[in-house]
Every structure is written in structure tokens, then in C-alpha cells.
Design a protein. Structure first.
Length: 259
């Protein structure tokens, strides 16, 4: 096993390695264990199949170890293995479709087009979609019980508005047409309120505790009476309703609709 062989090998490197193993009476498993290799790697070396390795560099290292293990001259084996690697690469290039060199470029273009499409879609939904109707919030003139008196009562706002019995028949602003409306009321403080739909029907009346929410699907526009409007966050068809700058006092009655 230590006797050096001639450096004029006629057979391919794999055949030379296999013949050396067989002459020494060794099995593939024994060689794999001695060289700390997988049996599939030993078989690949003996078949001159270097495609099973990550790179030709690994194959060269294994061939060198294999040759030294059996006392072979490694130089001609390595030289011949390089020739086989070049031949395999040339054959692979010949089999490769002509358009394959453009595949990475086409893939990058496809990804760029997909990203552009996503950006356009998001931009359309956020900025270019159907515009939301403009809200109209108007203060309704009613007689209020003084706010100081309301705060001294157990139920804020129960007597908030001195509204006659015909108040439910109050006319809507002429520019506001009836429409489906979704109203959400979030109380940040305990507050009394009343909500009437476009027909004047009371949809909610009572006290909303701090932290409670009330969601109603009604016929708009609506009339909303609040004993203390800063205590409530109002949304009308998913749009925030701002009363600051409109209300002259904390107890208000407003009409909310869409133009």
C-alpha cells in the first residue's frame, strides 16, 4: 500500500482509485471510514462524478486523500480530474438553453413588476379609490337645561333638551339626502346621549358608561344629543366627527349627515 505507482495512468482517476482499493482488498465502506467520507462520495470519486460535490475543490481534496491512502501519485490524478471537470462544464453549457443566460434578468424584471403592481394597488386604495362623501355636521338650536344643573343630577342629560313632542318630526336640512349610516359612539367618560335616525325615531337613549361603545346601523342623517360632548368619540360611516370649534357649550344637539 506504500509502494508508489507509475505517474503514467492510462485509466481515468476514478478507475485508478477503484483498482487500488480492490488490489488492497478494501471495501467502499472501509475506505470511507478511513478517509472520513460518505460512501456516496467514495462511489462518486470512483465514477468520476464530481457533480455530487459542492465544488471541484472538494473533489480535488478527496482525490488527493484517496491517492495518498493507497500510495498513489496524486499529481496525474489531479490533472486528469481537472480535465474531466472542464469537459463536464463545457457539455453542461452546450445543453443549457440559449435564453437561460437571460433568466436572472427576466426574474428580476418580474419581481420589479410585481412590486410596482403592489405599490400601485396600495396607492389606489389609500389615495385613488372612490372618494369618501363629505360629512355635514350642523348645530341644532334647542333650549338646554343649564349644564351646571345637569351635572348635579344622577343621570346626566336625562333632561338635557327641552324638546317638544313634535321634535321627532323636525325637518332635515334640504341638502342632506337619506342614506344608510353606521354610527359608532365610544365613551371616554360616563355620558348621557340620545340618537335619532332620519325619520326622528329614537335609536338609542340613555347613559353610556366610560369605556363602553355603541354601534348602530341606521337611516341617516341622524340627530345626536349629548350632555357632555367631549366625553364621546363619534364616528359616522367610518369618518371621525369633530365637534370642537362647532359647539358653543358642552351640551349639544347636532345633525350629522353626508353631502
Amino acid at each position: 500500500m506504500n509502494q508508489a505507482h507509475s505517474d503514467n495512468y492510462i485509466a481515468p482517476p476514478g478507475s485508478v482509485l477503484r483498482d487500488a482499493r480492490l488490489s488492497a482488498g478494501k471495501s467502499v465502506e472501509q475506505v470511507a471510514e478511513a478517509l472520513n467520507l460518505l460512501t456516496t462520495h467514495v462511489e462518486a470519486l470512483e465514477c468520476n462524478d464530481y457533480s455530487r460535490f459542492n465544488s471541484p475543490m472538494f473533489a480535488r481534496g478527496y482525490i488527493r486523500s484517496y491517492a495518498r491512502h493507497f500510495g498513489l501519485d496524486e499529481a496525474p490524478l489531479l490533472k486528469d480530474s481537472e480535465r474531466i471537470c472542464r469537459r463536464d462544464e463545457e457539455q453542461a453549457q452546450q445543453r443549457r438553453p440559449k435564453g437561460s443566460t437571460q433568466a436572472p434578468i427576466q426574474a428580476r424584471l418580474s419581481v420589479a413588476a410585481l412590486v410596482a403592481l403592489i405599490i400601485w394597488g396600495v396607492s389606489y386604495l389609500l389615495f385613488g379609490g372612490e372618494p369618501k362623501p363629505r360629512l355635514d355636521v350642523s348645530l341644532m338650536e334647542e333650549r338646554y337645561v343649564p349644564l351646571q344643573e345637569l351635572r348635579s343630577r344622577s343621570l346626566l342629560g336625562e333632561s338635557l333638551l327641552q324638546v317638544p313632542s313634535t321634535a321627532s318630526d323636525a325637518e332635515l336640512s334640504p341638502e342632506l339626502l337619506s342614506h344608510p349610516a353606521s354610527v359608532r359612539l365610544d365613551a371616554v367618560q360616563t355620558v348621557w346621549l340620545e340618537l335619532r335616525d332620519a325619520d326622528g325615531t329614537v335609536q338609542f337613549r340613555g347613559q353610556l358608561e366610560a369605556g363602553q361603545s355603541q354601534s348602530l346601523d341606521v337611516k341617516g342623517p341622524v340627530q345626536l344629543a349629548l350632555a357632555y360632548w367631549p366625553a364621546v368619540r363619534i364616528q359616522y360611516n367610518q369618518q371621525d366627527v369633530a365637534l370642537d370649534g362647532l359647539a358653543e357649550s358642552n351640551a349639544v344637539r347636532v345633525q350629522i349627515g353626508e353631502l
